[in-house]
Write a protein that binds this ligand. Structure first.
Ligand code: IPM
Ligand code: MN
Length: 352
């Protein structure tokens, strides 16, 4: 089959790691008889430099017309300490989420047996941890009215959720839990927030439609603690945009390998697949960054195209590289292979 892949490398290490995912997808294409057309489009700081806009309309068109989007990373330190910057790379990401209707961000977190010692937590706490964070991505405080008072002495960010937004993300989370271990934890702050009370009310109604799934409810502060203390007890966690932002970063530390974790953002139009880490500007152009999170994001992309055997082949090849200790410096200082060497190794393994 032939697939169109919108390819948005973005900033920092984005281009280098996306190159490795492309290599691996081409290997999949050769082995399984598919062809992938990678259509490149600018985003983030590099798009601002090029056209003054972090998610240009031309990039959006390419995404809308593709079967899937492969995304690298965005962000450039030159914007971080400039509170007055009129356009920022991150706005591109938010605009893309909104315009593509990417209402769900899915972040699987699973420990890799060969890397168990990388976790900052004790082995027995993390061995076998395997859960998914489902984060609502186009609502809440990120997208509510925001601003400053006229005299600039106060500021506000509104948090708004509609029933429709809550229902669709819960439905997706329930379906995910149904395909996994049939447990769903709804994370909120219903003891304080009105939006959270609406989430809980709706979840309690929907619970009845999914009798084979065990639903539980947790306040976000407690969830932040439980996640680190007992990561194994979670299967699928679902939560609103900002809680999900914070919890999914926290969750990524459990495996001790930020450079290995993929994500998918799905919704109304084309889905986007990207590593959870950022643009790591200090490493840009040095050929040292870990490409595995992006390669595993490509595996999620293949799954979404219903190329399940192909997605699994990529995951198997990644596992083989970890077991062979053919890894970048973040995993092993002594072994320290380059970004492109790791990409080559995994692509060759896929073709075997
Ligand atoms: C993420 C990032 C973004 C977010 C930033 C870059 C706007 O932290 O994808 O989690 O907060 O959603
Ligand atoms: Mn984040």
């Amino acid at each position: 089959m032939n697939f169109k892949i919108a390819t948005l490398p973005g900033d920092g290490i984005g281009p280098e790691i996306v190159d490795q995912a492309i290599k691996v997808m081409k290997a999949v294409g050769e082995k399984y008889g598919h062809s992938f057309d990678f259509e490149f489009a600018p985003t983030g700081a590099s798009a601002i430099d090029l056209v003054g806009e972090p998610y240009p309309d031309s990039t959006h068109e390419i995404c809308m017309n593709a079967d899937a989007v492969l995304f690298g990373a965005i962000g450039d330190p030159k914007y971080d300490n400039d509170p007055k910057a009129k356009v920022r790379p991150e706005q591109g990401l938010l605009k893309m989420r909104k315009k593509l209707g990417l209402y769900a961000n899915i972040r699987p977190v699973a420990t890799f047996p060969s890397l168990i010692d990388k976790s900052p937590l004790k082995n027995d706490r993390v061995e076998g941890a395997d859960f998914v964070v489902v984060r609502e991505l186009t609502g809440g405080i990120y997208f509510g009215d925001k601003g400053r008072s006229e005299d600039l002495t106060s500021a506000f960010d509104n948090c708004v959720y509609t029933t429709e937004e809550i229902e669709r993300i819960l439905k997706l989370a329930y379906e995910y839990a149904g395909k996994r271990n049939k447990r769903l934890t709804v994370v909120d702050k219903a003891n304080v927030l009105c939006t959270s009370r609406l989430w809980r009310e709706i979840a309690q109604k929907m619970e009845k439609d999914y009798p084979d799934i065990e639903t539980d409810y947790m306040f976000v502060d407690n969830a932040a603690m439980q996640l680190i203390q007992w990561p194994k007890k979670f299967d699928v966690m679902v939560t609103e945009n900002m809680f999900g932002d914070i919890l999914s970063d926290e969750a990524s530390v459990i495996t001790g390998s930020l450079g290995l974790l993929p994500s998918a953002s799905v919704g109304l139009h084309t889905s986007v697949f990207e590593p959870i880490h950022g643009s790591y500007p200090q490493a840009a152009g040095k050929n040292i960054a870990n490409p595995v999170a992006t390669i595993l994001s490509a595996a999620m992309l293949l799954d979404a195209l219903n190329l399940l055997e192909e997605g699994q082949a990529v995951r198997d090849a990644v596992n083989a590289s970890l077991e062979a200790n053919f890894v970048t410096e973040d995993i092993s200082k002594e072994a320290a292979k380059s970004t492109s060497e790791v990409g080559d190794w995994i692509a060759a393994q896929v073709k075997k």
